[in-house]
Ligand binder design. Structure first.
Ligand SMILES: [Zn+2]
Length: 398
């Protein structure tokens, strides 16, 4: 009887311990009071638990100086974080012409970041080889032991069906049906998980960027392609087959230009990066980059100002409709176009307001992303930190 009771007690303590570890892995650095609130334990129970986790080296207390690279600064109270030595997560971001890699430890501090260029329309095999090579060199640079890696997250520029573990549609034909996570896992001999880039951008901005703590969030990626990540109730909404958020293919004008998806007048066919620069070609030549467009617009070039205003207005119409459907607290605008700042955001806000329902309460904040080109690789790190099995951490921290 007593033994049974203490067995149950031990089981309960283990579960609380794992809940605290899982929470810290997801959220990075927290005060004891935040831990108590999040896991629903009394402050004194959390104090005892944290004390034992500190004693065995699983977590560290940071005093008042908060915290490392990706983290949030300046919250009061003694901060608690996982011991960085107890594990690392890797994020890999496949873009249209590059692959980015980030290695971060379980305390959410970035240990290494690297990028390699890829040719446009690259073959998945070539991309996977380049990613594996980049991961290995980043691990060597950071002095990372493979036994400490909790997992590798992968960001893909298109829909991804997590149930079948396959890219989810023909939007990126070369990748369609390629088991990306399995192929990278073979190359690296590490566990790999994947998701869509805009979903991971949303995850990263909510974790470390412009939307910390926002539970109802729309993240907009305005880039070569156009996509969105939706967070509802604090969790990503992916849809039945991973296709939620493919807003680049919202039909803005059924008689508009033909899109690669087979429809006409899709949002992306107006504001996808290549379409925007192509529209500027007659006046500015065929090698103009977005960076140049933004620089010239900042100096008052009327054509470039107009091009960014057009993108803002068209994106804003879509955002306004999303706001009517989803009622978010905040809309974070990321991707390469975010570099245009208010030149894009001001017309975007105005167009969104014009097509939204008159606000019952406050309008959602429409704000620029904070993490720049690293967002999707960081989101891939967050994906690993948020979902890896306990076994990994227990094994590596033992
Ligand atoms: Zn389309």
């Amino acid at each position: 009887m007593t033994q049974q009771h203490s067995g149950r007690e031990h089981g309960r303590q283990q579960r609380s311990r794992q809940a605290v570890i899982r929470l810290l892995r997801e959220r990075g650095t927290l005060s004891r009071a935040e831990i108590a609130r999040a896991v629903g334990l009394s402050p004194s129970t959390v104090s005892t638990l944290v004390g034992s986790l500190v004693a065995d080296g699983t977590v560290m207390e940071l005093g008042d100086q908060l915290p490392p690279a990706g983290g949030r600064a300046g919250r009061p109270g003694t901060a608690v974080t996982l011991n960085p030595a107890s594990g690392e997560a890797i994020g890999v971001d496949f873009g249209h012409r590059h692959v980015h890699v980030i290695i971060a430890d379980v305390a959410h501090s970035v240990q290494a970041a690297a990028s390699a260029p890829l040719p446009a329309g690259y073959d998945p095999g070539l991309g996977l080889d380049a990613a594996a090579e980049l991961v290995r060199s980043a691990m060597a640079e950071a002095g990372t032991d493979p036994s400490r890696i909790l997992g590798v997250g992968v960001s893909l520029p298109g829909p991804y069906d997590r149930r079948s573990a396959l890219p989810g549609s023909t939007l990126i034909p070369a990748w369609s049906g390629v088991p990306v996570a399995a192929r990278l896992a073979e190359r690296l001999q590490l566990p790999v998980v994947a998701d869509n880039d805009a979903n991971l951008g949303a995850l990263a901005e909510r974790q470390w960027g412009a939307a910390v703590g926002v539970d109802e969030l729309v993240y907009l990626k305005l880039h070569s392609t156009v996509g969105a990540g939706f967070v509802s109730n604090g969790r990503l909404t992916r849809g039945a087959v991973g296709g939620a958020g493919e807003i680049g293919h919202l039909v803005m004008d059924a008689n508009g230009p033909l899109c690669r998806c087979g429809n006409r007048g899709c949002l992306e066919s107006y504001i996808g990066l290549a379409n925007v620069t192509r529209a500027l070609e007659p006046a500015y030549g065929d090698r103009i980059s977005l960076r140049e467009v933004v620089a010239m617009a900042s100096r008052g070039d009327r054509g470039c100002v107009r091009a960014l205003k057009d993108v803002g207005e068209m994106a804003g119409r879509a955002v306004g409709m999303l706001c009517t459907v989803l009622d978010p607290e905040a809309v974070v605008v990321g991707g390469a176009f975010a570099a245009a700042g208010e030149l894009l955001l001001a017309p975007l806000r105005e167009a969104a307001a014009a097509v939204s329902l008159p606000a019952a309460g406050s309008r959602p904040r429409i704000i620029p992303a904070a993490l720049g080109a690293r967002a999707c690789a960081l989101g891939a790190v967050a994906l690993v930190l948020g979902q890896t099995g306990e076994a990994h951490l227990s094994a590596s921290s033992a």
